[in-house]
Design a protein around this ligand. Sequence first.
Ligand SMILES: NC(=O)c1ccc[n+]([C@@H]2O[C@H](COP(=O)([O-])OP(=O)(O)OC[C@H]3O[C@@H](n4cnc5c(N)ncnc54)[C@H](O)[C@@H]3O)[C@@H](O)[C@H]2O)c1
Length: 323
Amino acid sequence: MTILVAGGAGYIGSHTVKELVREGFEVLVLDNFSSGRLELIGDTPSLNADLRDREALRRIFQEHEIGAVLHFASLIQVGESYVNPRKYYTHNLETSLNLLDAMLEAGTKALIFSSTAAVYGEPLETPIPESHPTRPANPYGRAKLMVEDILRDYERAHGLRSISLRYFNAAGAALDGTAGECHDPETHLIPNILLGVLGKKPRLQVFGGDFPTPDGTALRDYIHVTDLAAAHVLALKSLLAGGPGDVINLGTEIGHSVLDVIRTAEKVTGRPVPYDLGPRRQGDVAVLLASKAKAGRVLGWKPGLSSLETIVRSAWNWHRQAG
Ligand SMILES: NC(=O)c1ccc[n+]([C@@H]2O[C@H](COP(=O)([O-])OP(=O)(O)OC[C@H]3O[C@@H](n4cnc5c(N)ncnc54)[C@H](O)[C@@H]3O)[C@@H](O)[C@H]2O)c1
């Protein structure tokens, strides 16, 4: 039985592929390589295909005995989703619906879906439990929430069980240095700090110094990408053992401010991080922390690698050698 990993050549997908292979799963990566990179998945079998191509999907499900699917493939830039919502709704809904059609036709009924903290919008309590109201503040988050709703409907109508994992801030790199974060454009804080230190990015712009937080910068819940990957393996095992569909946060409950991250990067790299404090960005909230209680209870998951220092150190090792 093969596990199909859609978007498996991207940042989080490739780290999850490593964990799946390490756990003995037979893995097939499907990616259009729009942002994914072959070198991140080593010699794991892969197909260059697009989830918008229904015929290609049908063929892949005919030619392989696919027991479950992990779906990472998505457009991911929140800022772009404000200015071009159509692109986000069409791409992120079409890819998911096509995948579900192909799964149903082939009788594959287990799916892990990459969802996001962006489904919650402005938090009413912190850390945020999964029962918190979902009022996404941007088209990216709304499209993710729509897919979650579709997945609940597919479970009721077709018995296709899925676990939507709502990630908070994925960060860091494989401890063995074989994979790391490389988005283009890069919008995430830690790579932007480290690329700045390496002279590959301009001075860091910090968005907002007047939030109601101890140092005025936004607090976020950073989670090591290998901890995220491990949670996918646990969620997959749960579905394969007949467990129910669900929605689960992945975070640590610990908040680090932008200035905490900058100070940690200065300590790890031994170099100063030049930055300017600018205005807040549209839709950014002061504090975004996940309750991790459900992930612990349901999956037995513990984020053991997610100290800020381990995250930044692993990312620094990756960016230094990725050149
Ligand atoms: N990075 C984060 O902090 C974060 C936080 C919350 C949620 N997520 C979600 O996690 C998932 C993975 O994020 P990431 O940071 O690894 O992004 P990424 O861009 O590195 O990975 C996405 C992968 O999907 C592939 N892809 C995109 N469209 C495709 C298509 N139509 N057909 C086939 N392949 C396609 C890309 O080539 C890439 O390899 C996304 O769904 C994202 O929304 C990420």
